[in-house]
Design a binder for this molecule. Structure first.
Ligand code: GDP
Ligand code: MG
Length: 178
């Protein structure tokens, strides 16, 4: 392959997929800026945000996070969006069975068209809304197991499990050899 890959300082493209309104942008802003703004209509647009984390073995992982808004509506453009992605985070809202069905659609799409060694995470967001829950934790676990994905429930609102999500992804990345 071209270019030098430093196995101690990884740089990875991460895309978020899922229905509009499940909290993708809020997850990104919570992770990158430590903020949650319930009123903002976040559209990061064509650019991306990045955030670097350090693992215990002193490896660093720089996530280049793609969170374009259009992919929800223009499914045909999605392959352009997740092309070359090392990580796909598929998000649903635990209060929305429709969003869970859509998440399963995205998982199938990624299996068909994504990079063969892509790391996939299934994320049930809005875990703070447990009283309105309509997708059980077990449903999420089963779906993830069936598809060889990492599973976690998060809340961008309370920050619950947001850092853990990205740390677990980082641990699962294939390591280039030195
Ligand atoms: P996106 O379309 O998937 O990017 O969703 P957004 O990040 O724009 O969030 C959609 C709506 O859900 C906003 O009104 C957010 O305030 C709300 N939201 C996002 N994450 C959470 C969460 O973890 N808990 C709750 N209660 N609301 C959330
Ligand atoms: Mg968004």
């Amino acid at each position: 392959g071209g270019g030098a890959v430093d196995p101690k300082n990884l740089k990875v493209k991460l895309v978020l997929l899922g229905d509009s309104g499940v909290g993708k942008s809020c997850i990104v802003l919570r992770f990158v800026r430590g903020q949650f703004d319930p009123t903002s209509k976040v559209t990061i647009g064509a650019s991306f945000l990045s955030q670097t984390i350090a693992l215990q073995d002193s490896t660093t992982v720089k996530f280049e996070i793609w969170d374009t808004a259009g992919q929800e509506r223009y499914a045909a453009l999605a392959p352009l969006y997740y092309r070359g992605a090392a990580v796909a985070v598929v998000v649903y809202d635990i209060t929305s069975p429709e969003s869970f069905a859509k998440a399963q659609y995205w998982v199938k799409e990624l299996q068909k068209h994504g990079s063969p060694d892509i790391v996939m995470a299934l994320v049930g967001n809005k875990a703070d809304l447990d009283e309105k829950r309509e997708v059980t934790t077990q449903d999420g676990i089963d779906c993830a197991e069936k598809n060889g994905m990492f599973f976690i429930e998060t809340s961008a609102k309370t920050a619950d499990n947001i850092n853990q999500l990205f740390e677990e992804i980082a641990k699962r990345l294939p390591r280039p050899s030195a």
